[in-house]
Design a protein around this ligand. Structure first.
Ligand code: PLP
Length: 402
């Protein structure tokens, strides 16, 4: 007999993956240059040369028994120290290596963070719009996801709803800035208010609510903006970072959890993550990747293409009359679908019609933003340039006169 829960999950495949598979199949039929695939958040620029050079140098120069041997469960101490030093310098924090847990990307980071601060049945609060994989990431731990509807005028937090939602069941609140799918960064004002509310509620409940901050897009920001660092606003913060997007190495599976040194049980949490790893069959990331990344911590891939693409798409959506918020970062933009004949936005109908023009957009209903759609512009700029006239034609043919 197989496990029923996982068997049932096969019936709820990710819409993003399905659309991406469709785009790949369609590209084989009509040629890759004729399909405009904006479905998947897969980086479109190569990892920096410095990363490749570090990989080669470390492989050549390190004793193979040491390099390819088991890494400590809670990570290579040299790597942990380099990550801590870099975070301290960039964000004026006070991390030691004992606060850093190397892990397999943000996915692994969230899996450990949620388990460490919740009991089965407790809630982790998430703000729409949100990355739909949070549902299996959180529910798979035994905790329950609780979704706070979006504030559609600015995609910051609806504090009235958050205040109502926090209860004795709340273990943690999860923020994602810059945000997938809206591209919006949590402002300092939002983080200050959030910290004040979490402190107040923690005092009322007599136990600390943790903040889990998912930051895989921290380095992808536009217009020279800076991204406020959530852990510097609230002491009980677990920062979940991934090198997938900024270094363009999603296949290498590497990130970390950084435990704020002021957090409750700050000195125990990394050791607890080690115990969680044993239970879920996670092993410390590859020693070679840990070392190579630790030598290129402050490098990024050439991320400029994302800002170029964002500007082209944002201007085009505005010109065509879409309601859309200019992203602060990431490689996503989330406009509202144009209204149908009944005057209402229907993102599923919109994306279905776009697909007939070989424009692959993802309805954002599953991201908690019904009526909106996500465009992942991690593609070459020439794809965006070729897509724009197709988008204009699609809107002209399907929505003019509606
Ligand atoms: C918001 C968000 N969190 C987490 C992840 C998982 O990233 P990783 O590749 O580091 O596991 C993604 C990936 O797209 C994401 O968009």
């Amino acid at each position: 007999m197989v496990n029923r829960q996982y068997l049932e999950m096969l019936g709820h495949k990710s819409v993003i993956r399905e659309l991406s598979e469709y785009a790949t199949a369609r590209a084989k039929e009509i040629g890759a240059e004729n399909i405009y695939d904006f479905s998947l958040g897969n980086p479109s620029v190569p990892a920096p040369e410095a990363f490749k050079e570090a990989l080669i140098r470390i492989t050549k120069e390190t004793d193979p028994l040491q390099l390819h041997g088991y890494s400590p469960t809670v990570g290579n101490p040299v790597v942990k120290k380099r990550i801590a030093d870099s975070l301290n310098r960039r964000f004026q924090m006070d991390y030691g290596p004992q606060h850093i847990f190397p892990v397999s990307g943000a996915t692994g980071a969230i899996a450990h963070a949620v388990r460490a601060v919740s009991e089965p049945g407790e809630e982790v609060i998430v703000f729409a719009p949100f990355f739909p994989e949070y549902i299996p990431y959180i529910n798979g731990t035994g905790a329950q996801i609780r979704i706070i509807p979006a504030s559609f005028e600015d995609f910051q937090i609806r504090f009235d709803l958050l205040e109502e939602a926090i209860s004795e069941k709340t273990a943690a609140v999860l923020v994602n800035s810059p945000n997938n799918p809206s591209g919006v960064v949590c402002s300092e004002k939002t983080l200050e208010r959030l910290a004040a509310l979490l402190r107040k509620k923690s005092a009322e409940l007599g136990r600390n609510i943790f903040l889990i901050s998912d930051e895989p897009y921290r380095e992808i920001v536009f217009d020279h903006k800076t991204v406020p660092y959530p852990a510097s606003f609230y002491e009980h913060t677990l920062t979940c970072y991934s090198f997938s997007k900024a270094l363009s190495i999603p296949g290498e599976r590497f990130g970390y959890v950084a435990v704020n040194p002021q957090a409750e049980h700050a000195e125990d949490l990394v050791a607890m993550f080690g115990q969680i790893s044993r239970g879920i069959g996670h092993n410390c990331p590859s020693s070679l990747i840990q070392l190579a990344v630790s030598e290129t911590l402050e490098e990024t891939a050439d991320l400029s293409v994302y800002e170029t693409n964002m500007n082209l798409l944002y201007d085009c959506f505005k010109e065509l009359g879409f309601e859309v918020i200019r992203p602060d970062g990431t490689f996503y933009i989330m406009p509202k679908a144009l209204p149908e004949a009944d005057g209402l936005s229907d993102s599923i109908a919109f994306c279905r019609k776009a697909l007939q023009h070989d424009l692959v957009f993802v309805p954002a209903d599953g991201f908690g933003a019904p009526g909106y759609f996500r465009v992942a512009y991690c593609v070459e700029t020439q794809v965006v340039e070729r897509a724009i006239p197709v988008l204009r034609r699609f809107v002209e043919e399907e929505y003019k006169g509606v």
